[in-house]
Design a protein around this ligand. Structure first.
Ligand SMILES: O=C(O)CCC(=O)C(=O)O
Length: 284
């Protein structure tokens, strides 16, 4: 990553870096993904690995997401720890890094669902906001595939309301009440092997996939090791087990705006299910 890209990330809140992940790793990830989608034919409803869309059936599998891909197959763990990606993340967040989560969003061909505008920070506020999301493009991503959309500089703004009028967290911003201007959106299109990086407070979303090709993106959340989650940790072993490089750190407190994602939706599910409850939708 060069200085211009580093400056762009901090100024605009996102950046695309081309040709980061080696072709062989991308090919292997796609081979594994095809086999996971094939195996989903036997799966009837969403489980600990698959987030399935309503249309899913054994003839035409429709997988929205592979959950925690780094623990489903070693190739995703290998990509997450690859020095090419870690060098980019370290250039922004420093040497001590923890994995926050991983997920593989497929956005299936011919109608893979939109993701409503949201800030990741609304889901997992921390003691400081040195946290970002890397998106590894497993295939070329064009405008018609439903690329990630970013609102430049929104990472410096407020935390928008992600709650339903009835008071529970639904993980999406009601566009009728939004404080940002959706016309400012920028699409992150790029070739397979590129990575997108966006700040944890960045407002982002994506349209549905209107093409006849999937739009698989491996999303990995990395945080500075001194960013501690305000929702707490399940155990120190689990927390320290997610250290990717450098050393565990005591929490660093910064004056950051936060909202808490409570109470949860009555029937809390994946982001795709919870966002259905938002009153003012941006993408149909
Ligand atoms: O897959 C996408 O287009 C958006 C994903 C996203 O923002 C999320 O899963 O939080």
């Amino acid at each position: 990553m060069n200085k211009h890209q580093i400056d762009q990330f901090w100024k605009k809140g996102f950046v695309v870096v081309e040709s980061v992940v080696h072709k062989e790793l991308i090919e292997e990830a796609n081979r594994v993904l095809r086999s996971l989608i094939g195996a989903s034919r036997k799966v009837k409803s969403s489980d600990t690995i698959y987030d399935l869309s309503d249309q899913h059936n054994d003839r035409v599998p429709s997988v929205r997401r592979i959950k925690d891909p780094h623990s489903v197959d070693p190739i995703f763990d290998k990509i997450m720890r690859s020095k090419e990606i870690l060098n980019c993340v370290r250039a922004l967040l420093g040497p001590n890094l923890r994995m926050e989560h991983s997920k593989l969003n497929i956005k299936q061909a011919n109608g893979g669902e939109a993701v409503e505008w949201h800030q990741d920070w609304a889901f997992y506020p921390h003691s400081n906001d040195d946290i970002l999301e890397v998106g590894v493009l497993l295939e070329d991503c064009h405008e018609e595939n439903g690329p990630l959309l970013m609102i430049p500089e929104s990472h410096k703004g407020p935390v928008e309301n992600h709650h339903h009028p009835e008071g529970f967290f639904c993980g999406a911003i009601d566009i009728e009440k939004a404080l940002f201007d959706p016309k400012k959106a920028v699409s992150l299109t790029a070739k397979a092997g590129a990575i997108t990086m966006h700040h944890v407070r960045m407002i982002h979303g994506s349209r549905s996939n209107q093409s006849n090709r999937n739009r698989p993106i491996l999303l990995i959340g990395y945080s500075a090791a001194d960013a501690w989650p305000l929702r707490g940790i399940s155990s120190i072993e689990e927390f320290d087990g997610r250290l990717i490089c450098g050393q565990s750190q005591l929490p660093r407190l910064e004056k950051v705006p936060v909202r808490m994602p409570y109470p949860p939706a009555p029937d809390q599910g994946s982001i795709f299910e919870n966002q259905r409850l938002v009153a003012g939708k941006s993408f149909q």
